[in-house]
Write a protein that binds this ligand. Sequence first.
Ligand code: GLU
Length: 431
Amino acid sequence: MFRFAPSPTGDIHIGNLRVAIFNYIVSQQRGEKLIIRIEDTDVDRNIEGKDREILEILDTFGIKYSDVIYQSHNFKFHHQFIVHLLQSGKAFHCFCSPDELERKREEAKQKNRPYRYDGTCENLSNIEVLEADKPSVIRLRKPNKEIEFHDLIKGKKRFHPNDIDSFILLRQDKRPTYNFACAVDDMLSDISLVIRGEDHLSNTPKQIAIREALGYSKNIEYAHLPIILNSEGKKMSKRDNSSSVRWLLSEGFIPEAIGNYLILLGNRTPTEVFTIEEAIKWFKLENISKSPAKFDLDKLRFLNRKHLHRLDSEELSKRLGYFDKEIGELAKIYLEEASTLNELRTKIDAIFKDNRDCGEFCDEVEILKNAIREMDTIDDFGEFKKVLMKKSKLKGKRFFKPLRILLTGSEHGPELSLLYPILKNYLGRIV
Ligand code: GLU
């Protein structure tokens, strides 16, 4: 079983989406199911409705999953496992107050030492625990050996017990921490491979330690994906518009291209332009570069153009908000100079706009309009030009510029001879 585990605390960013796509691809390759686990244990940060938005985005990208699980529904299991860990002595109550801990953390900082839990409550007797009339958290007892695992992308990783520390499993308010809930849920769902961002690399030994303490012996594999950097080489943040999947979609990047780009990023692939479904045939996690990848909007624009070309004309027309195939064909001609749905829509809308910005050619545009209205449809552009020139008595620049403005709503654009075979069918609407 595979899982994608988003938190409903904000918009899905490209890093999350990349994780979802990779989980989908590898689960398909291995013939295993993919579940979506909504990690909603941080109640203060949950945003109403984000879970549905995340699922909608997955649908938009064609990421199919077998089930959706809400982490908060597993609280009862988290509590049962806490009892088990306390009984076996693998976890202990800690009564240190947040202020006390903060003071010690500050002290360590002053001495330039990393803060570690100092074991104050590690060896309290049952009586001391029962008689302590204070709120407590539950901590996992620091493992007594190094924790090692082989990451499918990063290779061998080894962590010293001090780097794992006696960390918190259950908060004072009885909510599990991320590490505890995640470790238990991965076990409960029988996850075989966890693919996630490298920001979680230091959590992995903690999650392994939890499952070891619980006596779970199945080895869960891990693959941590390198972070994505912005064009300045810094970690992408909310301030980078292009890190938001919703922003990219609203700008007219299509899911096919975004999916393609996220698979291509920092990867070695046999081809450059492909769909997620096509990538299932050859994708290898091992080919993902260990080092961070840089987001390149120009490359995404290039891929977007390629995928817009790949759409059949009817579909392209639909995505532009039009309903006939010929508009899709027209749009493909405009792909010479446009890369997103929004840019294409601007060009196509200009053709059908009532008021044209005719600049110094307004008289000529009017003359041409009247002439065309009196003409029968002519299929051949050469013939059309010839008849129109004769009828309007215009020529040279004073014929071609206003003709372009009249037919396309713009002074510039692809060759009229390319556009005309389609535009001729819309002359009634245009003039
Ligand atoms: N909810 C975590 C996140 O969105 C999931 C981490 C994980 O995959 O374990 O970063």
